[in-house]
Design a protein around this ligand. Structure first.
Ligand code: ADP
Ligand code: MG
Length: 343
């Protein structure tokens, strides 16, 4: 019933890999950011999980699109289709009386003004009356339970699908930050390449992602070792099926050159930080959020590299959505939000 009241609030984490919508403090949508379109008519065929199942298996009349890539909105039209479709799923705009819909949308911090405008317009077309926007590192920090308005340095690393964002936050603002295009998609790609080169087997993106989630590691030796991953693929030379047993240490090796880039980006932000804020981080530690935070041993690796304590936010895949929800509840208080009522 709550969905049909006259006043609605939605918190939306528009991620490159996953889009989450929270309503009344609960996650009501958690779907991959993918749409499937008919090539002939341009009609929307599927969104989210359903579209993901089609990914890599399409024929000449269906195209799957990830509207957000590398942390930016790559396809405005598809973004709007996806946003509208997902909001419709919540049911908030159903019925004869369009409720007064307030939305807080989390966007990548690399978004340009044109992209920000496009997200606002899409949200408006989807029925939003009051639209606010928040940058991802801020939402991630809120979701990790940090007091972003305190006169204290907080360091957050959000590792999503397209980008990793490292930001130092104090007094409700981003003091220094760095965004790199090394994140989940790159890790998946590294695994694909490794298995092709090392084992001579071609695997698809989805299998590689599966391997990453099961045994993806950032260090070659873990205390809690995950079980080996067994899969069958087509051998590139013989074209016959071949079964391979993968160990997590191999994956740690495959990911190393990308993780070095993350290490270095972190060190750069630490170097740039004003000393007062640095000492806060020494005390409070670094927080990891986003799906990439689940790579086994990543906290250990970054802690060793930086000499600082590293914590993983609770349920890191949902931390950004939670933070966006907190921002929504504090619309009047937080000065770092963008947007407001539409005319
Ligand atoms: N258990 C896991 N181990 C490693 N990577 C993971 C795990 N679960 C999800 N991921 C990766 O996290 C990324 C998605 O994270 P998310 O924070 O939702 O990204 P975005 O904000 O860009 O949508 C994907 O690349 C996904 O493969
Ligand atoms: Mg994200």
């Amino acid at each position: 019933m709550g969905l049909f009241s006259l006043y609605q609030e939605l918190a939306i984490d528009l991620g490159t890999a996953n889009t989450l919508i929270m309503h009344n403090g609960k996650v009501v949508v958690d779907e991959p950011s993918i749409v499937a379109l008919s090539i002939k008519t341009g009609d929307l065929m599927a969104i989210g999980h359903k579209a993901r199942l089609m990914d890599g298996k399409t024929h000449s009349n269906i195209r799957t699109i990830r509207p957000l890539k590398d942390g930016v909105i790559a396809d405005f039209e598809a973004t709007e289709l996806m946003l509208r479709g997902l909001i419709k799923k919540v049911g908030a705009t159903r019925g004869m009386f369009a409720p007064s819909l307030r939305m807080m949308i989390c966007i990548p911090s690399g978004s340009t003004n044109v992209e920000i405008r496009a997200v606002r317009d899409s949200a408006q077309h989807a029925g939003g009356r009051e639209i606010y926007l928040i940058f991802e590192p801020m939402a991630a920090a809120l979701g990790a339970g940090l007091d972003v308005e305190a006169p204290e340095g907080n360091l957050i690393i959000d590792i999503g699908g397209g980008t990793s964002e490292i930001a130092c936050i104090s007094l409700g603002g981003i003091v220094c930050s760095k965004s790199i295009n090394v994140a989940g998609d790159v890790f998946t790609n590294d695994i694909q390449n490794y298995i092709r080169q090392q084992h001579g087997i071609r695997i698809g993106e989805r299998t590689a992602e599966d391997i990453k989630c099961a045994i993806g590691a950032a260090v070659p030796e873990l205390e809690n070792e995950p079980e080996d991953y067994i899969f069958t693929g087509s051998n590139m030379l013989t074209n016959l099926p071949q079964t391979v047993t993968l160990n997590y240490s191999e994956i740690a090796y495959a990911l190393d050159k990308s993780l070095v880039k993350l290490d270095n980006a972190l060190m750069e932000v630490l170097e740039e930080m004003p000393p007062e804020l640095y000492s806060d981080v020494v005390k409070n530690g670094i927080y990891l959020a986003g799906g990439g935070a689940l790579i086994k041993g990543l906290d250990q690796r970054l802690s060793k590299k930086s000499g600082l304590p590293v914590h993983i936010a609770e349920d890191p895949l949902r931390a950004i959505a939670r933070g966006t929800c907190i921002a929504l509840k504090n619309v009047g208080n937080f000065s770092f939000l963008m947007g407001g009522e539409n005319k």
